[in-house]
Design a protein around this ligand. Structure first.
Ligand SMILES: *[C@@H]1O[C@H](CO)[C@@H](O)[C@H](O)[C@H]1NC(C)=O
Ligand SMILES: *[C@@H]1O[C@H](CO)[C@@H](O)[C@H](O)[C@H]1NC(C)=O
Ligand SMILES: [Mn+2]
Length: 388
């Protein structure tokens, strides 16, 4: 391992080692976060890999962002935290950058989860440790060298707790103070977001408080850091959909179900249909965007659930677009069973609505604002069974 470097130089080293691995038969060690790929997971994997790589024994740990490269654009808050760490999304390693890997030549350390999921599930037997704040699923071997599972607001706080000593012992590098400030930005960002600046008493633990206190010793005011400003910059970006395309808005918070012979896709959006219509340019353009999403995902039923605050009160709207006969039958069953329960009333006099044999659309204002996707998705799945 060369001398400790900046985060971006470290990522370049990891990237070239990964590229060279195809020809060599050496074991690669990966650090990977949760498939939800939120700020906590992404930053925890980067910091943990960095500190494990330059701590002793020096072994290269490759940080893997658990998402396709295309999805990085959906997380402008991550871009902002990387910018403060003098790095950019182009530098990180994503699922798309993985070469063919022989599972037996790999080792995996998990952060922000303790059981590999999705495309990486096939590496489950190669997991050698974890740092996590979710319920212990008992999959990571008990005798692992690293096995830290504790309740905390942010997994990053546990990574910092675990690596604090190693961090202090890192060999000095050129510009060590500057590099440490960059790394501290990377670390403090997700902790502030996950704990509402240590203000959410239901989430904040002493791990989070101690970690922030420690990290801020590496962030004197000369580094430009200010807790309140940094938090509000990152938090604003997290909720901002204005730079996103319609497709990105629909896929940013997307969940899908495929049962009872019907494929249902649901997109949760933090803005109202008036905003979406304006953003698309017209009602027809919005409908086009929704139709294209249904085609791309090959759905029977496209659902868009909006949630937003307007004039100090909280609102929800619901759109169902059925694009196959099965989808239409499901949507009609849903309308019949839940119009009253959810207090659905036509949005904008039904101007988006469609009524054809295999294309049916309803857009409603939802009176029962306490029902989010957590409640509405099971209702839709009941309707999938009940199709009229
Ligand atoms: C990934 O994170 C989400 C959000 O914290 C959590 O609900 C989920 O259980 C985690 N996945 C695993 C496999 O731990
Ligand atoms: C904390 O939890 C309590 C009880 O569940 C709840 O009433 C309160 O609103 C929560 N506070 C915050 C800041 O989320
Ligand atoms: Mn987390």
């Amino acid at each position: 391992m060369p001398a400790r470097a900046s985060l971006s130089a470290f990522l370049a080293t990891a990237r070239s080692a990964l590229a060279a691995s195809a020809s060599k038969k050496q074991t690669l060690t990966f650090v990977v976060g949760n498939e939800s790929a939120d700020l906590d997971s992404l930053c925890s994997a980067l910091l943990f890999a960095y500190l494990r790589t330059y701590g002793s024994p020096q072994t290269l740990h490759i940080p893997l962002c658990h998402l396709p490269r295309d999805d990085l654009t959906l997380r402008p808050e991550f871009t902002e935290v990387l910018r403060r760490a003098a790095t950019s999304p182009d530098d990180v390693i994503t699922l798309d950058d993985l070469p063919e890997l022989d599972a037996t030549n790999t080792q995996w350390l998990l952060v922000d989860h303790n059981c590999l999921t999705g495309h990486l599930e096939l590496f489950n037997k190669q997991v050698v440790g974890c740092v996590d704040h979710h319920t212990d699923e008992g999959k990571v071997p008990q005798e692992s060298e690293v096995r830290l599972i504790e309740k905390s607001g942010s997994c990053m706080s546990l990574v910092v707790t675990h690596c604090r000593e190693a961090w202090e012992k890192l060999k000095d590098a050129d510009k060590a103070t500057e590099i440490d400030a960059q790394l501290a930005h990377l670390a403090v960002g997700p902790i502030l977001i996950d704990t509402q600046k240590l203000g959410d008493k239901n989430k904040t633990t002493s791990f989070d408080e101690d970690a922030v206190q420690y990290l801020e010793t590496k962030l004197p005011s000369a580094t430009g850091y200010d807790r309140t400003n940094f938090f509000s910059d990152v938090a604003k970006l997290k909720g901002d959909i204005s730079p996103l395309s319609m497709r990105d808005i629909l896929r940013k918070d997307y969940k899908e179900w495929d049962d009872s012979g019907v494929k249902l896709g649901t997109s949760s959006v933090p803005a109202h249909f008036g905003y979406l219509t304006e953003k698309a340019g017209s009602s027809d353009a919005l409908l086009d965007g929704i139709k294209r999403w249904g085609t791309e995902k090959d759905l029977d039923l496209v659902t868009v659930l909006t949630a937003f605050t307007n004039e100090a009160s909280f609102h929800r709207e619901l759109l169902l677009f059925a694009r196959t006969e099965k989808g239409v039958a499901t949507a009609k069953a849903f309308e019949k069973d839940y119009t009253e329960k959810l207090q659905l009333s036509p949005w904008s006099s039904g101007k988006l609505d469609l009524d054809e044999q295999s294309q049916w659309l309803r857009c409603w204002t939802q009176g029962r604002v306490e029902n989010s996707r957590k409640q509405v998705a099971p209702m839709l799945r009941e309707a999938m069974k009940a199709k009229i």
